[in-house]
Design a protein around this ligand. Structure first.
Ligand code: 13P
Length: 254
């Protein structure tokens, strides 16, 4: 039985005042019935991680980062290491987000290095995969995902399933308001799980596979009701407390 996981990716948004207000609204609106049924994480921008540990004290919400360096500590100006993220209280880290891949040149090899370093620092990992619109329309979705997953499988095979999460985020669905349909997403999630198993990840049935890309209150329940969709990675809707809470509630009952 895979416990649902809902993750807020705030991306590069917010400031001290708006973050504090958002955390207060989340704290006030989160019922134990939801937080008992669903794991919840928030990934604010790096500068707010330290403050976030205080804001999240005494809540079941866990802290995550949106990125991590592909190297250990050293002379890497502007980078933030896995051990630093663990040190400031992160439980999760997102790696391989499509915005990192497309805008900052993150490669599959980078994602593989980040995965190993994160796990070595006891961080749990949300590894993003997904195809572009062009790749989708060319019928290359499974080939693209296979290549991206190949960077993960040998490390996943040796790690506890609870620390390894895959997020399927079709690039054409991110920030567009055009989500994959539940059936489309389910088919891809099923492919991802089978691919992991076929590559020797013996605990593939226990690994949570999240869907991301225009998840909103209106589509969350139908997406989360699919058998291989184990939660959501939420961008825009995670910046609105009521919307994020509504997605968490949908995941709790799905
Ligand atoms: P949106 O929910 O804004 O489409 O963003 C999805 C995403 O990229 C989460 O990582």
């Amino acid at each position: 039985m895979r416990k649902p996981l809902v993750v807020a990716n705030w991306k590069m948004n917010g400031d001290f005042a708006s973050n504090e207000a958002l955390y207060a609204a989340l704290r006030a609106g989160l019922d134990a019935s939801v937080s008992n049924a669903v794991d919840i994480a928030i990934c604010p921008p790096f500068p707010y991680l330290g403050h976030s540990t205080a804001w999240l004290t005494d809540t079941p919400i866990r802290l995550g980062a949106q990125n991590v360096a592909a190297t250990s500590n050293g002379a890497f100006t502007g980078e933030v290491s896995a051990s630093m993220l663990a040190d400031v209280g992160c439980h999760w880290v997102i790696i391989g987000h499509s915005e990192r891949r497309s805008m900052y040149g993150e490669t599959d090899a980078d994602v593989a290095a980040k995965l190993s370093l994160a796990l070595a620092s006891q961080l749990s990992v949300i590894a993003c995969v997904g195809e572009t619109l062009q790749e989708n329309e060319a019928g290359q979705t499974e080939a693209v995902l296979a290549r991206q997953l190949d960077a993960l499988v040998s490390t996943f095979a040796k790690a506890p399933a609870i620390m390894c999460v895959v997020a399927y985020e079709p690039v054409w669905a991110i920030g567009t308001g055009r989500s994959a349909t539940p059936e489309q997403a389910q088919a891809v999630h099923c492919f991802i799980r089978a691919y992991l198993a076929g590559k020797g990840v013996s605990q593939a049935d226990e690994i949570r596979i999240l869907y991301g890309g225009s998840v909103k209150p209106a589509n969350a329940l139908s997406l989360m009701s699919m058998p291989d969709i184990d939660g959501a990675l939420v961008g825009g809707a995670s910046l609105v407390a009521d919307d994020f809470l509504s997605i968490c509630r949908a995941s709790a009952v799905a």
